[in-house]
Design a protein around this ligand. Structure first.
Ligand SMILES: O=C(O)CCC(=O)C1=CC=C[C@@H](O)[C@@H]1C(=O)O
Ligand SMILES: [Mg+2]
Length: 368
């Protein structure tokens, strides 16, 4: 790949309303937008999805920026790759920092698809022409939650995810179930429980949840296997699955029934596809997790979710779920709960340069 330059922009935008979990709330979102230009002037776009503080993983916007600027971009400049599938291996001399790696690797995938003049979904082996949209209600207030679910169902969303913790789980879910008895519903605990709460989590079996996401430690696989043995509701792992081997161990130990794949968390599209292919071969359904991201990352998630094993609606909503105005054009739209897989080259969306100017707080270009 004949790379000419890499351009990094740090952007910042307020959410339309705060996104709350028991770990804290997100009111403003910063992210890194990566533009890789080749010698023919084709642009590939990626997005660094680390948050501004290390509450979800150990990475932040600043750590990602440092690793991109001081290690990953110099590595790419020095050694190059002939295909984006080689990027994760090229970056292996850098430990972890998966969100930084994914920011650059996904831009290379977008560039490669544009060079081949095919959609990114085709380049990675996607089979679907549209995907069901799922939405997350990040608000602990019961009346707010019921109101938001009502409105999301009117918009046709196929699955709703709520946030739970020991303080609010049983009462919140039972009230939702009273109102929406047949709603495809799942709950994300973000590690709010321990094995001592097994009985409490077992009680949630009453509600026919699709799954409980990451109930125990953010880096645990073994205790989740002990818990899955005690509850009927399928456990879904998110934070615990950082590498392909984490997924393999979780499947071998029966720690979960479902895996949430996030391109940023696992280090890029190449690793995300490897995990998908493995889970698909083992009959473990996967879905595309979200990171309260902007349109570039959302577009990559849409391409990933077109793979055959993504049989559960992911955290993929439209651009308007969080943003007054997104940084891409056209914006991502949900029509009757479905999102069309773009059939134009690459991720299928362009950067909205006017919007980027309004929200960019820092930028830097690296010539090759
Ligand atoms: O992107 C979305 O719509 C919401 C994604 C979402 O639920 C999460 C994003 C990041 C951290 C967590 O709060 C949560 C998750 O764990 O999946
Ligand atoms: Mg999660």
């Amino acid at each position: 790949m004949e790379i000419k330059s890499v351009h990094l922009s740090i952007i910042k935008m307020p959410l339309k309303q705060p996104f709350m979990t028991h770990l804290g709330s997100v009111t403003d979102r910063e992210a890194i937008i990566v533009e890789v230009k080749d010698r023919k002037g084709i642009n590939g776009y990626g997005e660094g999805v680390a948050f501004s503080s290390p509450w979800y993983t150990e990475e932040t916007v600043q750590t990602s920026y440092h690793v991109l600027k001081d290690f990953l971009i110099p590595l790419l400049k020095k050694k190059g790759v002939s295909h984006p599938d080689e990027a994760f291996g090229l970056f292996s001399s850098v430990r972890r920092n998966h969100m930084a790696k994914a920011a650059l690797e996904t831009a290379l995938w977008d560039l490669q698809a544009k060079k081949e003049e095919i959609p990114l979904s085709s380049l990675i082996g996607g089979t679907m022409s549209e995907i069901p949209a799922g939405v997350v209600v990040g608000n602990p207030n019961l009346s707010e939650v019921l109101k938001q679910i009502e409105s999301y169902l009117e918009q046709g969303f196929k699955r709703v995810k709520i946030k739970i913790s020991p303080e609010t789980d049983y009462q919140l879910i039972s009230r939702i179930r009273q109102r929406f008895p047949d709603l495809p519903l799942m709950a994300d605990a973000n590690s709010a429980y321990s094995l001592r709460d097994a009985d409490r989590l077992k009680a949630l079996d009453d509600f026919g949840l699709l799954m409980i996401e990451q109930p125990l430690g953010f880096d645990d696989i073994v205790d989740h296997a002990k818990l899955q043995n005690q509850i009927k509701t399928p456990i879904c792992l998110d934070e615990s699955i950082v590498t392909f081997d984490d997924a393999r161990k979780a499947v071998e130990l029966s720690s979960c029934g479902v895996i949430n794949i996030k391109i940023g968390r696992v280090g890029g599209i190449g690793e995300a596809k490897r995990i998908h292919d493995y889970c698909h071969s083992k009959g473990i359904p996967v879905w595309a997790g979200g990171m309260i991201e902007f349109g570039i990352s959302r577009a990559h998630n849409i391409a990933l979710a077109s793979l055959a094993g993504f049989t559960i609606p992911g955290d993929i909503s439209g651009s308007d779920r969080y943003w007054k105005e997104d940084i891409i054009q056209p914006e991502i739209k949900v029509d009757n709960g479905m999102i069309q897989i773009p059939d134009n080259p690459g991720i299928g969306f362009e950067l909205n340069r006017k919007r980027m100017k309004e929200v960019t707080i820092f930028e830097e270009r690296f010539e090759f």
